[in-house]
Design a protein around this ligand. Structure first.
Ligand SMILES: [Zn+2]
Length: 287
């Protein structure tokens, strides 16, 4: 075989994927979901199930911001079409409450969310963004496969380790416009697949009275739906994991996809689909 470089493509051969990740299950999620649904975007909502239904407000510059959480019974219908993910039962800082309490918060939150939604919960966001290697390992053992941090990466890379998934940026990032223009523009030569993750809390739109930011963002990116795959955090982690699990023959002419999902890849300028559960042949580029 000749020289070759294979690269991940997102479903249907797309080179870009975009996802959102919003925390705490606050009442402002109702308005956010409405905007996202209007533009066909997908979000993962990270919820500490122990605090669902609680009311509260936060004082910001002398005015009150509602930080009440939606009621548990509202969760399945409100987040339909999106992903419900774990965020720790009581939203404790998991690296500092002691291992037994952290383990309990992680697994009990997952159990309650699964019971509430009737779906398996496999994504997570670290409360306060804090974690340690031990917390990460607890998540893995508890059945979580991705976990978002609050460290903005400012780029469009695909995480090596999905349990330490640094988002692209927060919606209040002063460079949000620049980043989204760069992401939607023509990809640089040899750029490879690009992934954009926006994160935040929906109450922050009330806090700064800037709902126009997310409206503009959603409206802009939805114009590129031919090129961008809109998916939840979990769908992206699953897809990349399926790609990374492809088996190659010694001469790379055959590729086996053991997953249940079709996987797309680019090889020598052509895009190939490897159907879930089957083997495909890739021609030798002859270089
Ligand atoms: Zn939170």
């Amino acid at each position: 075989m000749g020289k070759r470089m294979d690269r991940l493509c997102f479903p249907h051969g797309k080179a870009k994927a975009l996802t959102l990740s919003y925390d705490d299950g606050v009442v402002q999620d109702r308005r956010l979901v409405g905007i996202l649904n209007r533009y066909g975007l997908k979000c993962t909502f990270n919820i500490g199930s122990g605090v669902l239904g609680t009311t509260g407000e936060m004082r910001v510059n002398g005015s009150a911001v509602d930080v009440s959480k939606v009621a548990p019974e509202e969760v399945p219908a409100l987040y339909e079409g999106h992903e419900v993910a774990g965020h720790g039962l009581w939203h404790s800082a998991l690296d500092s409450v002691g291992t037994p309490a952290a383990m309990y918060e992680i697994i009990e939150d997952r159990r309650r969310l699964e019971q509430l939604t009737g779906r398996m919960v496999r994504s997570f966001a670290y409360p306060f963004g804090v974690y340690s290697e031990e917390v990460k390992e607890m998540l893995r053992l508890a059945g979580y496969e991705s976990a978002r941090t609050v460290m903005s990466a400012g780029d469009f890379g695909i995480p090596r380790d999905f349990l330490a998934w640094n988002p692209t940026c927060h919606h209040n990032d002063p460079d949000l416009d620049g980043l989204i223009r760069k992401f939607c523009g023509p990809a640089p030569l040899h750029a490879g697949p690009q992934l954009f993750m926006l994160w935040g809390h929906a109450y922050e739109f009330d806090e700064r009275d800037n709902w126009d930011i997310i409206e503009k963002f959603a409206s802009h990116v939805s114009g590129f739906s031919e090129e961008i795959w809109f998916a939840t955090n979990g769908q992206i982690a699953d897809y990349v994991s399926a790609y990374r699990s492809l088996r190659y023959s010694a001469d790379a002419s055959r590729i086996l996809n053991l997953s249940g999902t079709d996987v797309y890849l680019e090889s020598a300028g052509a895009v190939y689909r490897i159907p879930g559960g089957s083997e495909a042949e890739i021609p030798d580029p002859g270089i």
